[in-house]
Design a protein around this ligand. Structure first.
Ligand SMILES: *Cc1c(COP(=O)(O)O)cnc(C)c1O
Length: 437
């Protein structure tokens, strides 16, 4: 499989290069040259196949011969080695719980796949590789866990001091070993700017091999298709109609992976993109005008994205045909008040605890089903409620139970290096870290 750069279609690379480089010239996103089709037999037999086999069939065409079959099989089976149950909440809405992985976030799936591919590609690399990421919360933890203890790779994570939740902070800072957490006296935007400066700094790039692990990397984007198949496997055992799938969306990588699986033959009636107050895509779907905005802060902070980077991939999938996109995808924007009210209502009526991102999805799904009665479907549950205790406890007026795995984590010591939002400090850290090796 080749991937072309959406900003410069002449630039074509294989899976390995796309994974290592992350993006192409002019920061263009890579996109697969072909959309490999699922066989009907495969889709009809999902319920007979083990999860790891489904995951392998899903990914093999995208990887081609760049990773040997038996190694890819091992990678995908480790990627989906935790429960991904589809649970009924109400009569016509279920939830796919994607938050039973090591950092209780759906991002674990993409991060686990990507880290294992990268580690395979770099195993004979003469120089240690440094993965550099800025995080506002969930990305950092998933990436840190994905790369933890991989000998060829160091991970340096920048996060804004006092602006991530206590659980998120421990997930970044308690691992140690090859994971370095930099606590930045500044905002998430400051962290991101520091990372950008590092990527364009000649001296750093001469001395270190830097790579990013952000969500536009094909090795993080493509494996997200897997759980749409695993959801359908469970759906088909309960229902006859094709489902409506509602995805809480920020950068739109998750829903874009679902749409890709659908283009390959996965039967889905309709997709709903659920957004918080950052509503540039719901507006686009109404008006056909794409107007990216500065992001605004909300309770569902992992979706605070004003200019979603995967939007260009969605346009490409639909060959820039607005009408066919609009027929398949609806968008809704849900504000913080409705988010909290939804958590309260779903807890009172169904005794199910939603966290803010999934609550945005539930509210959007209700709106769509109101306009389209007789349909049914599921939302994607992207994070565990325990990661957002303030909002959840406020809305449900109950204390949430901390899973056992988190108890172990919360008693571990936090290890960070504090830096100011000053590029020279980051540079000194990166270069000295290198000298010690
Ligand atoms: C990252 C994230 C999202 C948004 O996913 P995208 O692929 O960026 O649309 C939604 N919910 C949670 C909890 C997240 O961490």
């Amino acid at each position: 499989m080749k991937y072309y750069n959406l900003k410069d279609r002449q630039e074509k690379v294989g899976f390995k290069t796309a994974t290592i480089k992350g993006q192409g010239k002019e920061k263009g996103l890579f996109f697969p040259e072909k959309i490999p089709q699922f066989e009907n037999k495969f889709i009809q037999n999902l319920h007979r196949l083990p999860d790891a086999e489904i995951a392998y069939q899903c990914m093999k065409d995208f990887v081609g011969d760049e990773i040997p079959g038996e190694i890819l099989q091992k990678i995908v089976s480790e990627t989906v080695s935790f429960d991904i149950p589809l649970k009924k909440i109400s009569e016509n809405i279920s939830i796919l719980e994607l938050f039973h992985g090591p950092t209780l976030a759906f991002k674990d799936i993409g991060a686990r796949f990507m880290s294992r591919c990268l580690s395979y590609f770099l195993k004979d690399h003469p120089k240690k590789v440094t993965v550099l990421v800025a995080t506002s919360g969930d990305t950092g933890g998933a990436v840190a866990h994905g790369f933890y203890n991989i000998p060829e790779i160091d991970v340096v994570i920048l996060y804004p001091q006092n602006r991530v939740s206590p659980v998120q902070e421990k997930q970044l800072t308690a691992l140690g070993q090859n994971i370095f957490a930099l606590e930045v006296n500044g905002s998430f935007d400051d962290c991101q700017n520091l990372v950008k400066q590092a990527f364009s700094n000649e001296e750093i790039n001469d001395r270190l091999w830097l790579t990013s692990a952000n969500s536009i990397n094909v090795a993080r984007w493509l494996p997200q298709q897997i759980y749409y198949l695993l959801a359908l496997k469970q759906w088909q055992q309960q229902e006859n109609e094709h489902p409506v799938i509602c995805v809480p969306s920020g950068n739109f990588g998750n829903i874009c992976a679902g749409l890709l699986a659908h283009f390959r033959g996965l039967p889905v009636d309709h997709f709903v993109a659920a957004c918080n107050a950052n509503d540039s895509i719901p507006n686009y779907l109404k008006t056909q005008n794409f107007n990216p905005q500065e992001s605004v802060a909300t309770l569902s902070n992992a979706m605070d994205v004003g200019n979603p980077s995967n939007f260009v991939r969605i346009l490409e999938l639909f060959s820039h045909q607005f009408d066919s996109l609009k027929n398949k995808v609806s968008g809704y924007s849900v504000d913080d008040k409705e988010t909290l009210d939804t958590i309260t209502k779903v807890y009172e009526e169904y005794r199910y605890i939603l966290e803010p991102h999934s609550a945005v999805a539930f509210a959007a799904m209700l709106q769509y089903l109101n306009e389209n009665p007789h349909k049914k479907g599921f939302i994607l549950g992207t994070a565990h409620p325990v990661k957002f205790p303030e909002a959840v406890e406020k809305a449900t007026r109950t204390k949430i139970k901390i899973p056992e795995s988190l108890h172990q984590l919360m008693i571990k010591e936090k290890k960070t290096v504090k830096i100011n939002s000053d590029f020279e400090e980051l540079k000194r850290f990166l270069l000295n870290k290198n000298e010690k090796q």
